[in-house]
Design a protein around this ligand. Structure first.
Ligand SMILES: CC(C)(COP(=O)(O)OP(=O)(O)OC[C@H]1O[C@@H](n2cnc3c(N)ncnc32)[C@H](O)[C@@H]1OP(=O)(O)O)[C@@H](O)C(=O)NCCC(=O)NCCS
Length: 201
């Protein structure tokens, strides 16, 4: 397995990884009627907005993981309003909830847009999503992806990096702690974690 910078041909594999890890780290296929929605919201917009802040893990079977990031979450939200959400809003009308499925939650994000709390982004302007398939986990690749992204952000002078993690994703919470993230806020759904990029690497 190797880590390399994003190429456009990685997008379909990234959508698959996003779905297969999208239920608090486990396979979300059973809870989304549309298999693309998670990738539309949490994976693809990042490399489309800034392909230099995405890295992928690949092996003979294809894309096995990725980290996606944006250096400036508020600028990213403005870019999404201008360039990302309009086509998705047309493609996906709001739909009522269907018992057993969560598509309506993501359709809410598509239509309402993503918002980033200025109290968080003032200190930690960048944010990320990271997902590895089970065959890529536990080999140090998650740490490599985080360190690669953090290094690129430091080079740009970005002072901090944040992310959101679901409370039930205990493995990811333990991972983020090991690689240097600290809690910034607690929520009903989980935690916002942050990394100060001005501190020594
Ligand atoms: C969470 C995830 C990114 C971690 O990546 P990984 O490659 O498996 O982690 P690494 O092998 O790089 O581990 C780095 C450190 O975290 C620790 N760690 C990783 N996963 C852990 C777990 N489940 N429980 C406890 N510690 C863990 C490792 O022991 C290691 O510690 P060390 O370097 O101090 O020895 C990966 O497992 C994953 O993608 N999971 C599914 C999707 C997901 O949950 N994404 C996050 C959504 S917020």
């Amino acid at each position: 397995m190797r880590v390399r910078p994003f190429a456009t041909c990685d997008l379909p594999g990234m959508y698959r990884v996003c779905l297969l890890t999208g239920d608090a780290g486990t396979d979300a296929t059973p809870v989304y009627r549309d298999p693309d929605l998670l990738g539309h919201v949490y994976a693809a917009p990042y490399p489309v907005a800034d392909p230099t802040l995405t890295w992928v893990v690949t092996d003979d079977e294809g894309v096995a993981g990725y980290v996606v990031g944006t250096a400036d979450s508020q600028a990213f939200a403005r870019w999404q309003e201008a360039a990302w959400w309009p086509a998705l809003r047309e493609r996906y009308p709001r739909r009522p909830a269907v018992p057993g499925y969560r598509d309506h939650e993501l359709l809410g994000t598509v239509h309402d847009g993503a918002r980033y709390d200025p109290a968080v982004t003032d200190r930690y302007p960048a944010h990320l999503h990271i997902d590895l398939l089970p065959r890529a986990q536990g080999r140090g690749l998650g740490r490599t992806l985080i360190e690669t992204l953090a290094g690129a952000l430091r080079e740009r002078g970005v002072p901090g990096l944040h992310l959101g993690v679901a409370e039930q994703n205990a493995g990811a919470i333990a991972f983020y702690d090991r690689v240097g993230f600290r809690q910034v806020e607690a929520h009903a759904w989980g935690r916002t974690l942050g990394m100060d990029l001005r501190a020594a690497a």
